[in-house]
Design a protein around this ligand. Structure first.
Ligand code: FA5
Length: 333
């Protein structure tokens, strides 16, 4: 290949590079122009057979042409990359105008709405609202609630332990029941209090389970409280919260911290049942652990899944929908 050929080659290459419309085409061209089978590489192979002067001159020229080609390819590549990035951004663009239904303000998440509505409802019935820590000690989550050490009932709760202090001494609370104990430790009865909060279990997410979810606990401690008071309160709550078309039932169950214990289910208008929570009369051992005299005081407690309450009330079939944060879904509530 002589110098004139090289000029023509360079001119043709420049035209081809400018005509490459995407990065894949440019990559192919890069191989054709600079790869093992390129004209440049072929010309280099002829250098060995030339006179020293000619070899030097052609060698220099070949290097220049290669540098020019590399420069042209790089420039085109940068240009195409900018274009492709812009196209990608355009494709992924969210049409935010879709979200503006004439309201510019956001609104509370359906879980927050449920939480606040429940607080309003119980405050209206004379209850106070109490809180407790999400990172709990073993005593409040289990021990004071009458779970014997190493008792299999602890396995009912897929506990997430925190790496702090003695092994298994600190955990993410598995239910809101430890707040019962804290309230009894802090306040003199009579106690009429609810305890909403976030709880944690190593459950796999499915239509009715999340690893992080919410419960609302209620605790009543007074003189002469009976199971009838518990059943009446649950009935009043069901009607007030769900309205027409929903009914509830109690099924005998077991919790170490209540005796007797029951499971509380709600029947949807379509006839299906969903387990909402547990309840029962506060176990004398729990009263004692919290410093109350079981001869003087009695009471009931219940704990519901707040997320499932929202599910039932708004006729949502999958709990996971609540946490996908798809605005089109959440804005319905
Ligand atoms: C308890 O957690 C007891 N502390 C309830 C209780 C309180 C009983 C007071 C007696 C007296 P349980 O593990 O069944 O019980 O959970 C209560 C409710 O939380 C369930 O009925 C359900 O509605 C909800 N729940 C449980 N696991 C999940 C989960 N992974 N995702 C969403 N909701 C859940």
């Amino acid at each position: 290949m002589n110098e004139i050929d090289l000029d023509a080659h360079l001119a043709q290459a420049a035209t081809d590079i400018a005509a490459a419309t995407d990065l894949a085409a440019l990559k192919d061209l890069d191989g054709v122009l600079l790869g093992k089978k390129s004209a440049i590489t072929a010309a280099k192979r002829t250098l060995g057979g030339l006179e020293p002067d000619q070899r030097r001159a052609l060698g220099l020229r070949l290097n220049e042409v290669r540098d020019e080609l590399t420069g042209l390819l790089d420039e085109r590549r940068r240009h195409l990359e900018v274009g492709e990035r812009a196209a990608q951004l355009e494709n992924e663009r969210l049409d935010l105008t879709e979200l503006d239904h004439g309201r510019r303000l956001g609104h509370r998440h359906v879980i927050t709405q449920t939480w606040e509505r429940l607080e309003d409802l119980f405050v209206g019935m004379g209850y106070t609202v109490s809180e407790g820590p999400e990172i709990e000690d073993e005593w409040h989550n289990f021990g004071a609630l009458n779970f014997p050490p190493d008792h299999p009932a602890r396995d009912m709760y897929d506990t997430l332990y925190v790496n702090y202090g003695d092994p298994q001494s600190t955990l993410l609370r598995t239910h809101t029941s430890p707040v019962q104990v804290r309230v009894m430790e802090d306040q003199e009865p009579p106690i009429y209090s609810i305890m909403p909060g976030r709880v944690f279990r190593s459950d796999t997410a499915d239509a009715t389970h999340m690893p992080v979810f919410h419960q609302i606990e209620a605790l009543v401690i007074d003189r002469g409280i009976t199971f009838g008071d518990l059943a009446g309160t649950l009935e009043a709550f069901t009607t007030a919260y769900f309205g027409e078309g929903f009914t509830s039932r109690l099924r005998p169950s077991y919790f170490p911290f209540t005796e007797p214990s029951a499971e509380f289910d709600i029947r949807r208008p379509d006839g299906s049942w969903l387990e909402l929570g547990g309840c029962g009369m506060v176990h004398p051992n729990v009263l004692t652990a919290a410093g109350l005299d079981p001869e003087e005081w009695s009471g009931f407690a219940f704990g519901f899944g707040l997320d499932r309450l929202a599910l039932m009330r708004h006729d949502i079939d999958d709990l996971r929908e609540l946490f996908r944060n798809d605005h089109r879904f959440l804005s319905q509530f």
